[in-house]
Design a protein around this ligand. Structure first.
Ligand code: ADP
Length: 601
């Protein structure tokens, strides 16, 4: 048992380890796939945005060169007088309205703005000097310039596109178009990903994420800081004091924490030509992580469920096996017990048979003993009629020699009566001594009583007595022998008729009672009754005891009846009645399975 428990513990630990590794594998794989998917999506997004930024600038790329050719511009640069200035201003204003550019203006070679589209506004560029701006110097040096900066006058950041102005191949000034890029920025405020554009120095100048505005990605060199201050590129923004966005110097990290956030973001950048700008995108890792975690948890859950189901099935199998085993064990024990019971029943049957055999032998012995005791009485019973017959036959011979036929006939009749008496005695004795087993069968007690009453009817009528059979109680059948039971009842009825012989209103009544276990038959008479001193001899019937006149009774009826009832498992007794007469009762057990089986055997 401890070994089994140890093995079960080991299996559980292995299953848990397997589930944990499967969950970690799912977590790792889904995290990696999530990351690469997010990176691909971010890359796509950044490329689209980079094209948008480039497209906005591209729209205005040729505009400075176009206005540089206009006569009104050349005029104002040639002679900056109020009339030429006014015309140039009007032209620039009109072009601004038509093109959608932020501002357009023209600078002389000394850097002074002579005409501008915002000439009428308080932040007018006219009269301002922007000589320090690289777009001015670049235009003079290379014919065109492009530069992103915060407006020195307006404070509004914008992209400056410049073109040199030539009048008959002589350089006379610079034309500038300022493009407002804040409109692009306004669409980048989506919280899921941070988008920022940095210049070639790595300073963020366009972003939807306000805290990053005008902050370098990494710490700037002294030289760069100086340059930025000189060109006033980002106006009043103090880049020297601004914290770098990423602490790692040199290169961009793959993932980064953004100020105040608690989840890392994926970092990706694409270049925007031609100013060396970079478009930076940061996508949150939180949903990818949450997704991976969820998948890992689901895997673990599925693993646990499968393990649980496996365990459940296993336990069920074990339970079924145990039940089958218990069932088989039970069946085996039932078979054993049945065999044991059969053995016991067999033993008992054998014992009962032996007992019955012994009882029968005893009865037979008792009968033989009784016969011994009775021999004297038998001698008397038989020798007395024999002696009488001898006398009768002697006198018959005498009468015959005299030729008195009538007297002879009379004597012969007497002799026959004597012979019959001897025959009756012998017959009764034969039946008493017989030991052949009677055939037992279910007997209807009511019917047996009716037959006995019928047989006794002639005798009753003859002596003027009444034999009544009381209404039946429909007792259940008893196991007996019909003829013998009828004989027993008839014997009781005849005894009763004998007892009422001297009574003027002799009456014999028969009925039956039963209680489920036993059936009782009653034969009651209002005859002479049985005197006290004779009761014992009649109750334990003494063979050949009779109170009747010689020849009327042999005194064997009750003894034979008792022996017959013994064979049926029944009995007999009597009670005397105060008002005269007595009641004989036969007692028989109700038929039962056991007795039926025994009878069959
Ligand atoms: P038997 O009828 O030949 O005398 P039984 O054995 O039948 O032999 O009866 C024995 C004796 O029991 C009878 O002689 C009688 O004295 C007495 N006896 C039996 N039945 C009755 C009865 N119903 N009333 C009075 N005496 C009875």
């Amino acid at each position: 048992m401890p070994g089994f428990r140890f093995r079960r513990g080991l299996v559980a630990i292995l299953a848990l380890a397997l589930i944990a590794s499967a969950a970690s594998a799912v977590w790792f794989i889904s995290l990696e796939t999530g990351k690469s998917r997010a990176l691909a999506a971010l890359d796509d997004e950044l490329h689209v945005l980079a094209r948008t930024v480039e497209g906005v600038i591209e729209r205005f790329r040729y505009l400075p060169a176009v206005i540089a050719r206009d006569r009104r511009i050349l005029d104002v640069l040639a002679s900056p007088e109020p009339a030429t200035i006014e015309r140039a201003n009007a032209y620039l204003e009109a072009v601004r309205t038509d093109s959608g550019a932020d501002e357009l203006y023209v600078m002389k070679l000394d850097g002074l703005a002579v005409a501008a589209s915002n000439h009428a506004e308080p932040t007018s560029f006219v009269g301002e000097n922007y000589q320090y701006r690289p777009y001015f110097t670049d235009a003079l040096a290379r014919g065109e310039g492009r530069y992103y900066a915060v407006g020195a006058t307006t404070g509004i950041p914008g992209y400056f596109l410049s073109s040199v102005i030539r009048d008959n191949s002589r350089v006379v000034g610079v034309a500038i178009v300022k493009v407002d890029m804040r409109k692009i920025e306004a669409t980048w405020t989506d919280a899921r990903s941070i988008v920022a554009v940095t210049d070639a120095d790595g300073v963020v100048f366009l972003t939807g994420h306000a805290p990053w505005k005008y902050r370098p990605l990494q710490a700037l060199s002294e030289e760069t800081l100086f340059d930025l201050a000189r060109t006033r590129k980002y106006g009043s923004a103090d880049l020297a004091a601004a914290n770098p966005i990423f602490s790692d110097a040199g290169r961009l990290p793959e993932t980064a924490l953004v100020d105040g956030e608690d989840a890392r973001r994926l970092v990706l950048q694409v270049g925007i030509d031609p100013d060396g700008w970079r478009l930076l995108g940061l996508a949150s890792l939180a949903p990818i992580r949450a997704n991976s975690l969820l998948l890992a948890l689901l895997t673990a859950l599925a693993g646990l469920l499968i393990a649980g189901a496996g365990l459940y099935m296993r336990q069920r199998r074990q339970l079924t096996r145990a039940r089958l085993h218990a069932h088989a064990e039970l069946e085996r024990r039932v078979v054993e017990r049945t065999a044991e019971l059969n053995r016991q029943v067999e033993d008992r049957r054998r014992a009962e048979a032996e007992l019955r055999q012994a009882q029968e032998s005893l009865i037979q012995a008792a009968k033989l003993a009784a016969l011994g005791r009775m021999s004297a009485a038998i001698v008397h019973e038989v020798s007395q009629p024999l002696a009488a017959m001898e006398n009768t036959l002697a006198s018959t011979g005498l009468l015959a020699s005299r030729g008195d036929a009538a007297a002879v006939a009379d004597k012969v009749r007497s002799a026959r009566d004597l012979v019959r008496r001897i025959q009756r005695t012998v017959k009764l004795l034969k039946s008493f001594a017989r030991n052949e087993p009677v055939r037992l069968e279910p007997v209807d007690v009511d019917k047996a009583m009716a037959v006995a009453v019928e047989l006794a009817a002639a005798r009753a009528t003859e002596q003027g007595a009444q034999v009544k059979l009381r209404k039946s109680s429909s007792p259940p059948s008893v196991l007996a022998n019909t003829t013998r039971l009828e004989q027993v009842i008839l014997n009781l009825v005849v005894n009763a008729l004998d007892a009422v012989k001297e009574r003027p209103e002799g009456e014999v009544e028969l009925w039956s009672e039963h209680d489920g276990q036993r059936v009782r038959l009653f034969v009651r008479d209002n005859g002479i009754g049985i005197p006290e001193h004779l009761r014992d001899r009649i109750a334990e019937p003494e063979p050949f005891f009779t109170t009747k006149l010689t020849g009327e009774g042999l005194g064997l009826g009750l003894s034979i009846s008792r022996a017959i009832l013994d064979e049926f498992g029944g009995g007999m007794n009597f009670e005397t009645r105060e008002e005269g007469g007595c009641t004989f009762r036969i007692d028989l057990p109700v038929i039962s399975e056991n007795r039926l089986r025994e009878a069959a055997e």
